[in-house]
Design a protein around this ligand. Structure first.
Ligand SMILES: Cc1cc2nc3c(=O)[nH]c(=O)nc-3n(C[C@H](O)[C@H](O)[C@H](O)COP(=O)(O)OP(=O)(O)OC[C@H]3O[C@@H](n4cnc5c(N)ncnc54)[C@H](O)[C@@H]3O)c2cc1C
Length: 397
């Protein structure tokens, strides 16, 4: 794998930087470096307006194929876009679940009508999405979902009942992709379907869950006879598991580059603080800072190698290692940030939750090894799929 930037790429870099300089200012100035992990609650309305601004400039869905409304950028130009976005302090993206997960999945599995209906709303930044996978009894064991959906032939609607949990940004979303059991009596991977459900309706209640940051990025979502049109199913009834797994493959895709640039900003801030408060003279902290820097380089090359393969949602070996690697690295970075801050790390500006950016980052990194598949589950996947070890014993249904 080799990545280098041509003269054309460098011209593109200048174009991205100029657009951001011209647009991430004025009413959007306050959003710079905001809305990242632990700070997702900040400026929601302004960040939604920023999504639309990005869309007007053609800077959403930059890696999507033009036929789906994207820019069809090469991997190197996507790298450049994310680098410049992070360098300019571009805010955490409100549309990332639509752009990174729902959109690619609809493009891969949707019919023409579904693509026409849903992709433009994501590209324009006007329709936000959330992910309805986890349930109180189904997290790592996702196939245990109990949410049910029944097709009501008379009204031409799916009727959905059940509960989802940990649903990020459900309170801001217009649509949710829901894994539901559509074959009564089915168990495990069988009988599941992938439904696209409008969030703003009487049958859906969203209840925020307060996190240890004091904010509520995620929610419980209750479906009480909620409905969606019969046509809003991806694939056929029973295809839900296959599609749900492909979506998780997209989760390890190009958007990870944007995440790495944000890691870069965090590490830069830690290094700046270490220089100014004397932590850089502590021999052990210096070791850890250098190790973090080296680790981030390795993550970058690993991600580029992973992205130089097919982006079709299939789970390649590089991708199996990647979630485990970045989440463990980032969790350590959170601890390093606290140690570099020293006693100041334990002081809050205001009661109860006036966290500064690194304090919020530290607390949020506790969840990195959980969401998107826990570290234990990632190691199981490596053991079974990459190393060919026997499957771990599963409890009987
Ligand atoms: C910040 C955040 C945002 C999230 N956003 C969303 C979202 O938008 N939509 C959504 O659907 N979900 C979301 N989730 C949920 C997330 O996907 C689940 O938390 C995750 O899959 C783990 O499931 P669980 O919490 O039920 O834990 P459990 O599955 O109950 O696991 C508990 C512990 O047991 C371990 N364990 C479980 N099974 C095994 C096994 N077979 N072998 C070894 N160890 C095992 C786990 O590693 C873990 O340590 C989010 C979670 C977080 C933290």
């Amino acid at each position: 794998m080799r990545i280098s930037f041509s003269a054309e790429d460098e011209a593109f870099r200048a174009e991205v930087a100029a657009w951001l300089a011209d647009n991430l200012c004025g009413e959007f100035e306050a959003l710079r470096f905001r809305g990242g992990p632990g700070d997702e609650h900040s400026f929601p309305e302004e960040r939604k307006a920023w999504e639309r601004k990005l869309a007007e400039g053609g800077w959403t869905c930059v890696g999507w194929a033009p036929e789906h409304g994207g820019r069809g950028l090469s991997i190197s130009q996507q790298v450049i876009f994310h680098e410049e976005y992070a360098r300019a302090g571009g805010p955490g993206r409100m549309g990332h679940i639509g752009e990174g997960l729902a959109g690619p999945t609809i493009a891969a599995f949707g019919n023409d009508e579904q693509k026409r209906r849903f992709l433009p709303g994501i590209v324009s930044g006007r329709e936000l999405w959330c992910q309805g996978y986890s349930e109180p009894g189904a997290g790592s064991d996702l196939a245990a979902v109990k949410t049910r959906a029944v097709l009501d032939e008379t009204s031409g609607k799916w009727r959905i009942s059940g509960q989802k949990v940990w649903t990020s940004l459900a309170h801001e979303s217009d649509w949710c992709f829901v894994i539901a059991r559509t074959e009564p009596g089915s168990v495990g991977h069988q009988g599941l379907s992938f439904l696209l459900v409008p969030m703003r309706q009487a049958g859906i209640t969203v209840r925020p869950i307060e996190q240890m940051t004091g904010t509520s990025e995620f929610n419980e979502v209750f479906f009480d006879d909620a409905e969606t049109d019969a046509a809003n199913i991806l694939g056929a009834p029973g295809d839900g598991w296959k599609i749900a797994m492909a979506l998780l493959g997209f989760e390890r895709g190009v958007s990870t580059l944007g995440q790495q640039m944000q890691f870069h900003n965090e590490l830069d801030e830690i290094i700046r603080i270490a220089r100014s408060n004397g932590a850089a003279n502590d021999p052990l902290l210096r070791q850890r800072i250098a190790q973090a820097w080296g680790g981030l380089r390795i993550l970058r090359y690993h991600a580029l190698r992973m992205l130089s393969g097919a982006q079709d949602g299939s789970l390649r070996r590089e991708a199996m290692v990647y979630k485990l690697a970045w989440s463990s690295w980032h969790a350590e970075l959170g601890k390093l940030a606290m140690d570099v801050l020293g006693p100041q790390a334990e002081i809050l500006d205001e009661a109860p939750y006036g966290l500064n950016r690194l304090q919020a980052m530290f607390l949020f990194t506790r969840s990195d090894t959980i969401y998107g598949g826990t570290n234990e589950i990632q190691r199981n996947i490596i053991a079974e799929r990459a190393l060919g070890m026997p499957r771990e014993p599963r409890p009987r249904a």
